[in-house]
Design a protein around this ligand. Structure first.
Ligand SMILES: Cc1cc2nc3c(=O)[nH]c(=O)nc-3n(C[C@H](O)[C@H](O)[C@H](O)COP(=O)(O)O)c2cc1C
Ligand SMILES: Nc1ncnc2c1ncn2[C@@H]1O[C@H](COP(=O)(O)OP(=O)(O)O)[C@@H](O)[C@H]1O
Length: 309
């Protein structure tokens, strides 16, 4: 898989491809279907399967902090898209300059001249170019003129609902984790490096590996049964909290995971934590004793759920 960062890094060898365009936030089952059909087309035409995505996502460029929380970061998207058979990812810097491109410039300069697109799949609600003036019909017309085919993505549904990043965010936010995971096609996960905390966890019998969410806003919060993987491939089950920890006057949102059957040191290690079952909302307890008592119950509930699944 080749990651091309910025349109200025496109070379003549990148011309001629089958292409899809989008944010691919979460790389959910709907996205996977699109990629699957694109991979087939790529084989048929013997052309590389290329995805164009944007960083930051256009909504983040326009709305800043008011943009919806991300389901996945670029590196997670790249990993998952390459597992699905994508051969090239063009990551377009969505900045002021790019946002000013007219829809005809987008088509002529980028799709035709730089990418030499032969086959394009996009949603029939796809809008692009300055003022969102380009749409599916504009692309079909451009395709007729320049000699490429444009095909709409099929609506992929789970339990009668059209899978979308927005629907998954809503499910995560309202604690419907199993539903979100069913639409993602894999368990929602948070990855990051284990940091030092206040060393309180060990004093109440529940050491927790802390992963800062940094500038990421979490689409969910609360207590979860989890599975965690180290870079070396070790796998543990445990119980975790995503939140600000009001009991200990925490301020920033972080993931804290207590692993069952583990003793040792995880500081500095990279953990990938899969969230499997939602147990409860985060609460402010009156004392550390009350928190400890509740975490014992959470751990028992998580163990029961994890052994049943
Ligand atoms: C399963 C679990 C549930 C938790 N639930 C809460 C909670 O409801 N409210 C809260 O303030 N902190 C909660 N915490 C976070 C604890 O406050 C945190 O782990 C503790 O402060 C230790 O912090 P330290 O890692 O900085 O030592 C929870 C932690 C775990 C592992
Ligand atoms: N079972 C466990 N689950 C999670 N972390 C553990 C466990 N056993 C030991 N650790 C280690 O202890 C640290 C957490 O202990 P804690 O007292 O909560 O300190 P901190 O506040 O620095 O997170 C983890 O980062 C990890 O290195």
């Amino acid at each position: 898989m080749e990651l091309i960062r910025g349109t200025h890094n496109l070379r003549s060898r990148h011309r001629n491809c089958v292409l899809t365009i989008g944010n691919f936030d979460g790389v959910h089952l709907g996205h996977a279907e699109v990629i699957k059909s694109l991979v087939e087309k790529g084989k048929q035409l013997d052309l590389p399967v290329t995805v164009m995505l944007f960083e930051p996502q256009p909504q983040e460029h326009f709305a800043g902090d008011k943009a919806p929380p991300r389901l996945s970061r670029l590196r997670d998207k790249v990993q998952r898209l390459s597992e699905l058979g994508v051969e090239r990812i063009l990551c377009v810097s969505f900045n002021q300059r790019f946002a000013q491109l007219s829809h005809t410039q987008f088509v002529e300069q980028l799709l035709v001249e730089k990418l030499g697109v032969q086959f394009l799949v996009v949603g029939d609600d796809f809008c692009f170019g300055k003022g969102r003036q380009g749409n599916f019909d504009t692309l079909v017309e451009a395709g007729n003129r320049h000699g490429f085919d444009v095909v709409p993505t099929a609506s992929f549904r789970v339990q009668q609902q059209r899978v979308s990043s927005t629907l998954i965010r809503q499910a995560l936010k309202s604690g419907e984790l199993e539903q979100a995971n069913a639409m993602l096609g894999y368990p929602y996960q948070i990855t990051g490096r284990v940091r030092h905390g206040r060393k309180l966890g060990r004093t109440i019998g529940f050491p927790t590996a802390n992963i800062a969410m940094n500038r990421r806003v979490s689409p969910l919060g609360g207590v979860y049964a989890v599975r965690a993987f180290t870079r070396q491939g070790d796998c543990f089950v445990g119980v975790a909290n995503v939140g600000r920890r009001p009991t200990v006057a925490g301020t920033r949102c972080q993931l804290e995971v207590h692993l069952f059957d583990f003793t040792g040191d995880l500081y500095g290690q990279h953990l990938r934590v899969e969230l499997l079952h939602h147990l409860r909302h985060e609460q402010a307890f009156d004392s550390l004793d009350a928190l400890q008592n509740q975490i014992s119950k959470d751990a028992a509930q998580a163990k029961a759920l994890l052994s049943a699944s």
